[in-house]
Write a protein that binds this ligand. Structure first.
Ligand SMILES: C[S@@+](CC[C@H](N)C(=O)[O-])C[C@H]1O[C@@H](n2cnc3c(N)ncnc32)[C@H](O)[C@@H]1O
Length: 344
């Protein structure tokens, strides 16, 4: 692949687009154009802001393709409203706030992160707390993080439910479930399976509230646990899943996590991790390669790995029949079974 100087310029200036969108979402600008076309002056009045700068923003959003203009009025097409208006289920504002509050400041220190092989939390947030302690400090930050992750996970979950036979299991436990999107989908498709979520203590209150509001408070049990310190109650579950979490931690910590899960789960049980691995040559996919840099600036050694590296870590802690389960959708499912008779 040969890129031009213009490609490089476009990529370097890509933040113009990112920040225009996150700012417009933060201002809830699109909400005012939902189901009604408005002049720039009317939008400025709604935002209680000066006409000139609001019009600059509207012109940019139109140039980017999110808005149309009909006569003097700006128009938000319904297809765009479905992810830009805050009352819509697929609203991207959660992601926008997470980017503005956490990712953008951390990425501003990427050069330092690369030359020091270390996250930039101390420099950006001024303290040494863990990534998840910082993320979960304010309830609204927990909401932002978990809601956008729930949206990201949706296509994977669809493929998982369609492509894997959950009915061969009696009890499913999802570790680090976020807002519980996966167990909810399993509850809907498999009424007989027992469902439990194991989450960090800091995330449990939000999760229990969220499940109760959606009517799953009694159906899905929530237990506190930490896969690194090893406080895990996994004995009753014959299927355990860990979604998009190994990449949050350094390879040696990933081994500790896998070891802790292996030891805590029942003999004969099945364990799966869903990840978005790098390809074998580590030449992409581009999103995963960039996500790895996101792990570098934010977490303690988090990194994206190839499928073979994940399989090797599974084997190293004792799983047998280690394999990939093919699913449609964006993630790869790495799977291993704990032998029936084991001394661990
Ligand atoms: C990147 S999110 C993934 C959410 C969801 N499983 C998915 O697949 O999209 C990682 C989740 O793991 C949880 N988590 C992180 N470290 C953990 C730990 N040491 N023990 C248990 N859960 C942890 C976080 O609270 C968060 O919900």
């Amino acid at each position: 692949m040969t890129l031009t100087k213009q490609d490089a310029v476009n990529q370097m200036m890509g933040f113009f687009q990112a920040k225009t969108l996150t700012a417009a979402l933060d201002l809830k600008l699109f909400d005012h154009l939902h189901n009604q076309d408005l002049s720039a002056q009317a939008v400025a009045d709604k935002l209680n802001s000066p006409l000139r700068s609001v019009e600059q923003m509207l012109i940019a959003l139109r140039a980017m393709g999110y808005l149309d203009k009909q006569g003097e009025c700006y128009h938000l097409p319904q297809e765009h409203a479905s992810f830009l208006v805050s009352s819509e289920p697929m609203w991207l504002g959660w992601l926008g706030r997470h980017i503005d509050t956490f990712l953008y400041p951390l990425w501003g220190e990427l050069n330092t992160a690369v030359v020091s092989d270390s996250n930039q939390r101390q420099k950006v947030f001024g303290d040494n707390r863990s990534w998840f302690d910082i993320l979960y400090q304010n309830p609204e930050d927990v909401t932002d993080f978990q809601e956008f992750l729930g949206k990201f996970a949706a296509p994977f979950i669809e493929g998982f439910i369609q492509g894997y036979d959950f009915s061969q299991h009696h009890s499913f436990l999802d570790i680090g479930s976020g807002i519980g999107t996966l167990p909810i989908a399993v509850a809907e498709s498999h009424p007989d399976i027992n469902l439990t979520i194991c989450e960090l203590p800091q995330a449990c209150a939000f999760l229990r509230d969220r499940l109760a509001v959606q009517g799953y408070g009694d159906r899905i049990n929530v237990i506190e646990g930490d896969v690194i310190s090893g406080k895990l109650a996994l004995q009753d579950h014959d299927l355990i899943h860990l979604g998009w979490m190994l990449h949050d931690y350094a390879p040696e910590i990933q081994l500790t996590i896998l070891q802790n899960i292996y030891q805590a789960m029942p003999a004969g049980g099945r364990f799966m991790a869903s990840e978005t691995p790098l390809n074998d040559e580590k030449s992409g996919p581009e999103f995963t390669a960039l996500l790895s840099l996101n792990m570098l600036v934010s977490t303690d050694g988090g990194i994206e790995s190839s499928t073979e590296e994940y399989l090797e870590r599974f084997r190293a802690v004792g799983f047998e029949n280690v394999r990939i389960i093919e699913l449609s959708g964006p993630r790869t499912l790495i799977c291993g079974d704990k032998p029936q008779s084991t001394n661990l």
